[in-house]
Design a protein around this ligand. Structure first.
Ligand code: AMP
Length: 389
């Protein structure tokens, strides 16, 4: 039996899950790393272990994780693990698939941190800590960008001078790749096809859409950063670059202020004051016009992307996944209603059933399968990591 720890390290947090082969047996979270009091939590079966103490950095946080896993009886020390799978946000153009990271290539990984300065350094801190605490354990980096590396150049390039690409690596990369890949594999199994042609919509607080042709990504809505594309909880998605220049000049905004506005203070939050779709739909029920408009805009942007991706892939299925995609029947219904003239026909009864199972919510007349597939990025990272053991 293989013991795999999956780590998702953020700048001040650490999410983890322990797998015994493909079974998740424990999961937890360390928060407020670097602050006076950090909170650590481990959940397994119906039990919970909690700790509160000062954890200065990721190394101290991981030591607490090790201690909690010991207390729960899973392992005495990290060296008993077969491998650790690390979620790494950006793989640039060098890392096109899950990669074993050791002292021979960690510098190469560090060299692309400038592409995701808020995320990659924290991910790398997790890898370095494991290399330090348990040198015998295999470390595998699984990249959010990797699945999208099959996009053709005409899809991933921006129409700006060559040197911005050749020297600065500015191009579209796409994110949520682990999720798009996972659900597209599940869809292929479910539909019994070898080469999937589909459109997958990962709709959570962050949201992106991918066009999948013969099982490979040919286009995706996020770009150099996760800002491009759909309207999200707090991100604006597609916007005229000129509007940003205008805003900056008019309000004398710095680049950092603009960055914060677009990433943290825009999207659904800016449109209607809430970024959780459950709150937005409650407010719609109460007659709030701003929430209704925000909902329309959210679904319209998704509809437009699906339309454009139908033009570049011979899709026969639409996949909904992530928090909103899996749970929000109103969004699914609205998007499919917008697409009804193209032959999408949703079965309202099936759409309203809540379930954790993969399901087709299209009617038998629908030209396209409409699938709801729960994503599981941690399991996908565990499986990709296990392949190195
Ligand atoms: P994720 O980023 O995939 O964890 O998704 C989080 C988002 O999913 C939340 O912000 C909510 O907008 C949405 N969500 C979660 N559960 C539901 C639900 N039952 N109905 C509607 N939206 C939901």
């Amino acid at each position: 039996m293989k013991k795999i720890l999956v780590l998702n390290s953020g700048s001040s947090s650490l999410k983890f899950q322990l797998f015994l082969d493909e079974e998740s047996v424990a999961s937890g979270l360390v928060e407020q790393i670097g602050e006076k009091i950090s909170n650590a939590q481990l959940k397994f079966a119906d039990k919970k272990i909690e700790k509160k103490e000062e954890l200065k950095n990721h190394e101290e946080a991981l030591k607490i994780v090790s201690l909690m896993l010991k207390e729960a009886g899973f392992l005495n020390e990290f060296s008993e693990l077969n491998a650790v799978g690390h979620r790494v946000v950006h793989g640039g153009e060098d890392f096109i698939k899950a990669t074993k990271i050791d002292n021979s290539n960690i510098e190469k990984l560090e060299s692309i941190s400038s592409l995701a300065p808020l995320h990659n350094p924290a991910n790398i801190a997790g890898i370095k800590t494991i290399l330090n605490l348990a040198p015998n354990v295999i470390n595998v980096a699984v990249f959010d960008t990797a699945f999208h590396q099959t996009m053709p150049e005409y899809a991933y390039r921006y129409a700006i001078a060559d040197e911005f690409y050749t020297k600065d690596s500015i191009r579209r990369y796409g994110f949520h790749g682990t999720s798009h890949e996972y659900v597209s594999q599940k869809a292929a199994e479910f539909l019994g096809v070898k080469q999937l042609n589909a459109i997958s919509a990962h709709l959570g607080n962050g949201a992106s859409i991918s066009a999948i042709k013969d099982g490979k990504c040919v286009d995706t809505s996020m770009g150099l950063t996760p800002l491009e594309g759909l309207i999200m909880g707090t991100r604006c998605g597609d916007i005229d670059g000129g509007a940003l220049f205008f805003m900056a000049r008019k309000h004398n905004l710095s680049i950092d202020e603009l960055d914060k506005i677009c990433n943290k203070k825009s999207g659904m939050l800016a449109l209607c004051g809430a970024n959780d779709m459950r709150d937005i739909e409650d407010n719609m029920q109460k007659g709030d016009e701003k929430s209704k408009l925000a909902f329309e805009m959210f679904c319209y942007r998704i509809t437009k992307y699906i339309g454009s991706y139908l033009a570049v892939t011979p899709a026969s299925a639409l996949i909904f996944t992530a928090g909103i995609g899996e749970n929000d029947n109103l969004v699914r219904e609205k998007v499919c209603e917008n697409l009804s003239h193209l032959g999408f026909e949703i079965d309202k009864e099936k759409n309203n059933i809540r379930s954790k199972e993969i399901r087709n919510i299209a009617t038998s007349n629908s030209k396209y399968a409409i699938l709801v597939i729960p994503t599981n990025e941690e399991l996908s990272i565990a499986k990709q990591t296990m392949a190195f053991c």
